[in-house]
Design a binder for this molecule. Structure first.
Ligand code: ADP
Ligand code: MG
Length: 642
């Protein structure tokens, strides 16, 4: 059998005619797969033989069964049907149209008519198939791409919308088709003052592609504004005639957020670098101011005006020190360094700053457990948690209220831990921050830790606070629990693993200065800042230490050698005008291994020797410090073996 021959099924109830048709078709070069008499047989044969065309008598027996069969074949097999009919009355033809026939051949048959009808039908069907495949390909492509695509005709009426466009605009293709593009693609500008060009109109007027200006917002059907990127281009036929416009746009919310985040990160980096650079010098100045006032105060009568003034200076220096610290905390520039610390001390040191930050209309209550276990934590980031939580509480209490900061021990059993996904059994220190503010609904609660989730006005909230806190707490191996009730308030419980109290942790209980004085111990004191050096030397001497001051590494070495290394403690700044205090103490330790060391710095993490300081665990005192803190630290350092 010649496979090139087109296969034709003949459906004809009159046997003689059927035979005649078959003969003619074969003469014309077609292959007749079958010749059947009923509609059922027609359908069955179509199914099993898959002819290229069906030649169908409309009248099968007394009924117009051919029409039913043709409708079925058209619908199920996509095979062209050509009707054979002796009747060309209007009613028959109207019904026949429903089966979408590819042609009619009137009986009695004319050979030329048969041949041309069949050829035209086959060609038409082939073309339709190709067209359909192209359309499908195009529509699948449009459905699959993430971008939104809308096409319009020459008048700007919508011709098609892909699912991306439906999703972004909120209009379904069914609703949108035929509507003017400006009804569905409704845009405005970020600052709403700038004129937004209608991109489709522009393309129709100029015939040239356009891109949208920056900061375009699409107003979706539900009124939601979505930042988009977009361009529009003319659709031309093969003779170059403008037939319409294709508009492609996409949601750039995420991109914008990333840009914002990057900008924020760059800003933070800049602030961090600046703060780090300034903090070192600034803390030297503060140490001098703070220290000088401490030297003067004991010589003055407490009732005197001068005493009050000097105390004022001291308070201002404390505030300035808080400020430097705040800058450093916010810049996030400090690398995480875990140490065993007392949460109560940390909170007490932060209270002043928190008070200033949240304003006077909010009361602060502290309920700190005595003899609280320590936690292993990074001080800077814990401070960040306290500050951020306090600011959230402030924002939740615009009319005022109470902020309660509480610390307590919590022991979690195996059974209790199974009730929560985060909790695990063990002993924990719990930091609770409670406000009496607006509280949160369940829907808000579910999302508060998402980055960029905020319910605050544009310039008030970034939605990053809790996301960052979440990350920090996780890095501490802890977890956060939130309880909130609208109009009542919110409690955040943060759990940290409890560690036994370290004997060396400085408690905030200030020992009387008298008990901290020295006993004639010999200190080599190295400090490049002249102001600090001068007053500290005096202060140490006043506190019963035999003190030798040096301004740089060379001087320190000279003094050390001259005194045969007979020092109990080397107290040195980390940064010595370009030289390293860490290298100095290492040299001295090599000469005299049992010497005690105390380092000081305004911003130790900024030093290139920070990792050495951490590795060797040198006792370290951060500037600015109070006299009491210094004396306490000297005591600990004298007990610490390097
Ligand atoms: P931001 O403060 O910038 O909005 P956050 O991540 O700190 O970002 O907080 C996210 C959201 O959680 C806030 O916008 C607010 O809706 C809610 N939230 C956080 N803390 C509280 C609180 N103490 N009381 C009520 N709502 C809060
Ligand atoms: Mg916040």
């Amino acid at each position: 059998m010649n496979t090139d021959k087109k296969k034709i099924l003949v459906v004809e109830d009159e046997h003689i005619i059927a035979l005649e048709i078959q003969e003619r078709l074969e003469d014309l070069g077609y292959h007749v797969t079958d010749s059947v008499r009923s509609k059922e047989a027609a359908i069955q044969s179509t199914q099993s033989n898959r002819p290229d065309l069906v030649l169908m008598d409309i009248m099968l027996g007394d009924e117009m069964g051919g029409l039913d069969a043709a409708e079925y074949i058209h619908e199920h097999y996509d095979i062209p049907v050509v009707f054979l009919t002796a009747y060309s009355d209007k009613q028959t033809l109207t019904r026949a149209k429903r089966a979408e026939p590819y042609g009619y051949i009137l009986k009695p048959l004319d050979e030329r008519e048969v041949s041309s009808s069949i050829e035209i039908s086959l060609y038409k069907h082939e073309m339709e198939k190709k067209l359909k495949a192209n359309e499908e390909w195009l529509s699948t492509t449009l459905n699959c791409i993430g971008d939104a695509v809308i096409t319009t005709d020459r008048k700007g009426s919508i011709v098609s919308m892909n699912p991306g466009a439906e999703k972004l605009t909120g209009w379904s293709q069914k609703e949108g088709i035929g509507k003017n593009i400006n009804m569905v693609f409704h845009i405005t500008n970020d600052n709403e003052t700038e004129w937004v060009n209608d991109p489709v109109g522009t393309v129709l007027n100029t015939g040239k592609p356009v891109s949208l200006t920056n900061n375009t917002l699409l107003i979706a059907k539900n009124g939601k504004k979505i930042p988009i990127d977009d361009n529009a281009a003319p659709i031309r036929d093969d003779r170059g005639k403008l037939n319409g416009v294709v508009l492609v746009f996409r949601n750039i919310t995420e991109k914008k957020q990333m840009e914002e985040q990057l900008r924020q990160a760059c800003k933070m980096d800049a602030i961090g670098a600046l703060a780090g650079g300034v903090a070192h010098d600034f803390n030297n100045i503060l140490t001098a101011i703070r220290g000088t006032t401490e030297l003067i105060l004991p010589d003055l009568a407490q009732q005197s005006n001068l005493y009050q003034f000097i105390q004022q200076i001291q308070d201002s220096a404390d505030q300035a020190a808080d400020l430097t610290r705040k800058l450093l905390v916010f810049s996030c520039n400090k690398p995480m360094s875990f140490e065993v610390l007392d949460l109560n001390v940390l909170i007490k040191n932060m209270t002043n700053m928190i008070r200033r930050l949240i304003g006077e209309h909010i009361k602060i209550k502290e309920s700190l457990l005595q003899d609280l276990c320590s936690v292993k934590a990074d001080k800077g980031t814990l401070e960040q948690i306290l500050l951020n939580m306090s600011m959230n509480a402030r924002d939740a209490m615009p009319e005022g209220g109470t902020l309660t900061i509480e610390t307590k021990h919590v022991t979690i059993s195996e059974k209790q831990s199974s009730l929560s996904t985060e909790a695990r059994p063990g002993h924990f220190v719990c930091l609770s921050i409670t406000d009496t503010g607006v509280g949160m609904h369940k829907k808000t609660l579910e999302r508060i830790f998402e980055p960029f989730f905020t319910t605050k006005k544009h310039d008030k909230g970034t939605g990053l606070g809790l996301a960052v806190i979440f990350g920090i707490v996780k890095e501490h191996n802890g977890w956060i629990e939130v309880k909130s009730k609208p109009a009542t308030g919110t409690t955040f419980n943060i759990y940290f693993e409890a560690v036994p109290k370290h004997p060396d942790i400085e408690t905030n209980k200030e020992l009387p200065i008298q008990s901290l004085k020295g006993n004639g111990e010999r200190i080599l004191f190295v400090e490049d800042d002249k102001k600090v050096r001068t007053f500290m030397e005096k202060a140490l001497i006043k506190n019963n230490f035999i003190t030798f001051a040096a301004a740089n590494v060379k001087e320190a070495m000279e003094v050390f050698d001259k005194e045969n290394g007979s020092f109990d403690l080397v107290f040195s700044d980390v940064e010595l005008s370009g030289e390293s205090g860490v290298e100095l103490v290492e040299t001295l330790l090599a000469k005299k291994p049992d010497i005690h060391i105390l380092l000081t710095s305004g911003y130790p993490e900024y030093s290139s020797k920070w990792s050495d300081i951490q590795k060797k665990a040198y006792p370290l005192l951060e500037k600015p410090y109070t006299m009491v803190a210094l004396l306490q630290k000297i005591r600990t350092a004298m007990k610490t073996k390097i």
